[in-house]
Design a protein around this ligand. Structure first.
Ligand code: NAP
Length: 333
């Protein structure tokens, strides 16, 4: 059961080409130092070692660097799958937002354009829909994304961080269903309900933070993952990544380390007993469900990029991390 280069792709029901199962995440890298910097070197290394999906966003502020790296690699544009996202402060003009991203990336089109979050905010941080904040609803933003899809500037459009409630609201007016919903999902937040809902609507799930977040994260010591990793000669991280892919979700792990870049796309095949054991981590003990991507939280305000967990309609918060790191809690009933 040797691990092997994962070249799996998933069909997008609502347009665009097939999405590679493994992509490189591009948030929170070290972007400095031009093309000699850590991030561009890592990105180039990824592409040279089989990655064909690049996941960025205007918020990550590295689209220009990515565009420069793409000019230096020996892979045809049509063989790459480039995802970028519009930030919350760009909800008032999606066409301008996408145009800026295309100019940054030096591309004529992106393969997937995502609304990064359902919440919009003005440049001064006032949230749309709240006192003093006037701006489009996410459904109105979606109608603009549908126009960009028709123009061919994005081959597929989708959303990110949308809950079932958000999607139900979107479907009241959407003419085109989102091709993708990119959300935080890993063995501590399997989100089976959201996954089932998305599957019923033909929406593909991409998993962000698919191995948990950061270097000090509890997923890597999880006994079930550790024991499967020992049994099959893999690592707990690879087991976590393979679990998402086996559930039909694409993943966007980030690494700037050559051996981990290769490890993250060299995935073992898990047996049904392994999948059942990993699913069981939270099915058997729902209190263990938690999100791990804590840098998105404002602990003082109790919000994630301006919205509370209730407003996001998230049923799971950031429950198990150290007290000094995260305190946004919403335990399952
Ligand atoms: N849509 C959204 O709202 C959203 C939110 C968050 C993230 N994302 C996307 O998801 C991507 C991944 O996010 P993330 O939270 O997983 O990234 P992350 O925690 O910022 O980065 C991964 C961390 O794990 C380490 N690592 C990588 N591979 C490893 C391995 N095999 N074993 C042990 N450690 C390893 C990396 O260190 P080394 O570099 O030293 O390997 C890095 O510190 C982002 O870059 C972004 O594209 C999207």
């Amino acid at each position: 059961m040797a691990a092997k280069l994962c070249t799996t792709t998933f069909k997008l029901t609502h347009g665009g080409k097939d999405i590679p199962a493994v992509g490189m995440g591009c948030w929170r890298g070290n972007f400095g130092d031009g093309l000699d910097g850590e991030f561009p070197r890592a990105l180039k290394y990824c592409i040279e070692n089989g990655y064909r999906h690049i996941d960025t966003a205007s918020f990550y502020q590295n689209e220009v660097t990515i565009g420069q790296v793409l000019k230096t690699v020996n892979v045809d544009r049509e063989d790459l799958f480039i995802t970028t996202k519009m930030w919350n402060t760009q909800h008032n003009d999606p066409a301008k937002a996408l145009q800026e991203s295309l100019e940054n990336l030096k591309l004529d089109y992106v393969d997937l354009y995502l609304m990064h979050w359902p919440q919009g905010e003005s440049a001064d941080g006032t949230m749309y829909g709240e006192k003093g904040g006037a701006g489009p609803t996410f459904s109105e933003v979606w109608a603009e994304l549908e126009k960009l899809l028709a123009q061919g500037k994005a081959k597929a459009i989708g959303v990110s961080n949308f809950s079932i409630g958000n999607l139900e609201e979107l479907f009241k007016t959407a003419k085109v269903a989102p091709a993708v919903n990119q959300v935080e999902t890993h063995p501590f937040n399997p989100d089976f309900e959201l996954a089932d809902y998305c599957a019923s609507k033909g929406i593909h799930l991409t998993a962000y933070s698919p191995m948990g977040h950061g270097t000090d994260n509890p997923l890597r010591d999880e006994p079930v993952l550790v024991s499967i990793a020992e049994e099959i000669g893999s690592t707990p991280t690879q087991v976590a990544l393979a679990w998402n892919v086996a559930h039909g979700r694409s993943i966007v792990p980030r690494s700037s380390n050559p051996s981990r870049i290769v490890a993250n796309i060299t995935l073992p095949t898990l047996q049904p007993k392994h999948m059942a054991a990993i699913d069981g981590i939270t099915l058997n003990d729902p209190k263990r469900r938690t999100r791990l991507c804590w840098p998105m939280c404002d602990q003082e305000k109790g919000t994630v990029f301006g919205w509370s967990l209730d407003k996001l309609l998230w049923d799971v918060g950031f429950n198990t991390l150290k007290e000094d790191v995260v305190s946004l809690r919403r335990l399952p009933a």
